[in-house]
Design a binder for this molecule. Structure first.
Ligand code: SUG
Length: 448
């Protein structure tokens, strides 16, 4: 049976703004208070989806969330009509209003961890929504994420959904951003690689000193158990705490993998040799020939990786077996990174081509090509069981670009977030979107 890796990209929501909400994420902190352009952000994302579809990849779309999250503000004690809730929050606690407006659900690599059916004990595709416990503005995503994923992957014969892990930092879970799956073919059993930043229960593991480690070992282990993964099918590895302190807040800022290949920075992990040997051995037992490309620090410093998002790229397998790397424009703007990439594709290794996309609106909040997509490996039968409304087609692309142009503003500043009209605009847009994507009722304003 044929199998695919489907990339479901997060559609940027109408409240995309620069709130400076993510301590430890250099771009989020340094672009705080700038005016954003939600329309341009959404169109940049759609252009990438369309380009991948045109190249022959199966591409999906994941809906944004209702923002401002009035229900979240109510749970923090703001009351009255929806407009009064927003007005009071703006007056008394602007940072909470900003957090409740974040369009951060666009970075769907953090929506969930996904294990394909070939890896799981019950032969279903498993999803665990990420609790995103490290940041308040992200911790409010998972209830709607679960409803949206449930509406996209509804068939219980093929898809199993798990609620987010307990909402405490000890089980901090950031989803697929710290999870990579290696395999020979997408439909064959593979090895799932979980990267954590610290252990919450075992003080022998080192931890970063400056910035938070968002993913714990215990969270990764819990996800592996929930998904029914076997000992032979998993590898746990620790991220190098010193790179977290340099702004690598998720492993997908310093490494990316696909098929039999891991592309990573020399300083990405602790105990790198031992970890590579374990991956090699476990994949060999599955008939796969694991390879890794380590980018040396004297060619690309960690700082260059963080600024350019070289590793927050999409590594895609093409029909001829070679791989394509989708990188953000910032890689071309960095001479060291660009020179490295020229050498990489010329070397005749597995990565043969680099394609560059302008994702500046998302990048300025620390979200590159890899952050914007959730990978779901599916066989033909499973793909046929996915809600067809969320699979990208040329007509859907046209409909979505028109929908964005109709509903999105082209500038958003902090002061605009207090405008009660923004909530109405968002709800009107999202109500229409659920019809376009055939999701049914998934938003708080549709179900309460
Ligand atoms: O969680 N930025 C996101 C970026 C997530 C990137 N995802 C991956 N690497 N997979 C975060 O830090 C910034 C929002 C603001 O400041 O307005 C933010 O949430």
């Amino acid at each position: 049976m044929k199998s695919f890796e489907v990339n479901f990209d997060g559609l940027v929501g109408p409240t995309h703004n620069y709130g400076g909400l993510s301590f430890g994420n250099v771009a989020s902190q340094s672009n705080s208070q700038q005016a954003s352009n939600p329309r341009e952000a959404a169109l940049q994302g759609l252009e990438k989806m369309k380009a991948l579809m045109d190249m022959g990849f199966v591409q999906g779309v994941l809906a944004p969330q209702e923002r401002p999250d009035v229900a979240a503000l109510r749970s923090l004690g703001f009351s009255g009509t929806d407009a009064q809730v927003i007005e009071r929050a703006a007056k008394e606690a602007m940072p909470l209003l900003v957090a409740s407006c974040s369009a951060s659900s666009m970075w769907v690599a953090n929506a969930a961890t996904v294990s394909p059916s070939a890896d799981t004990a019950d032969g279903r595709v498993h999803f665990t929504a990420a609790n995103l416990n490290c940041k308040y503005h992200r911790s409010i995503e998972h209830p709607t994420t679960s409803r949206v994923l449930g509406a996209m992957f509804a068939d219980q014969q093929h898809f199993a959904h798990h609620a987010a892990l307990p909402a405490v930092a000890q089980f901090g879970d950031e989803g697929a951003a710290n999870h990579t799956r290696f395999c020979r073919e997408y439909g064959e059993a593979g090895v799932e690689f979980f990267v954590f930043g610290r252990s919450a229960f075992d003080s022998r593991y080192p931890a970063p000193q400056k910035y938070p480690a968002r993913q714990t070992l215990e969270a990764s282990q819990a996800v592996a158990r929930l998904h029914g993964l076997s000992e032979e099918g998993v590898v746990f590895a620790q991220q190098n705490p010193s790179v977290i302190d340099q702004g690598v807040f998720h492993n997908d800022v310093i490494a990316v993998g696909n098929g039999e290949l891991l592309f990573h920075h020399q300083d990405a992990f602790l105990n790198t040799e031992q970890m590579l040997a374990e991956l090699h051995g476990k994949l060999a037992a599955r008939g796969a020939n694991f390879q890794s490309i380590s980018v040396p620090r004297d060619q690309v410093a960690v700082e260059d990786a963080v600024r350019s998002y070289l590793f927050n790229s999409q590594l895609l397998s093409r029909a001829d077996g070679s791989m394509l790397l989708i990188v953000p424009e910032e890689c071309r703007a960095n001479p060291r990174v660009w020179q490295y990439l020229q050498g990489l594709t010329a070397a005749g290794g597995p990565i043969r081509e680099v394609k560059v996309f302008d994702l500046k609106q998302s990048m300025q909040n620390g979200g590159g090509p890899a952050c914007l997509r959730l990978r779901v490996a599916l066989n033909e039968t499973e793909l046929a069981a996915v809600n067809p409304g969320v699979i990208m087609t040329a007509p859907l692309y046209d409909t979505l670009t028109q929908w964005v142009s109709k509903h999105y503003r082209d500038a958003l500043r902090e002061s605009d977030l207090a405008d009660p009209q923004l909530l109405l605009e968002c709800r009107t847009a999202l109500d229409e979107l659920t019809q376009i994507l055939k999701l049914g009722s998934v938003y708080p304003f549709q179900i309460n």
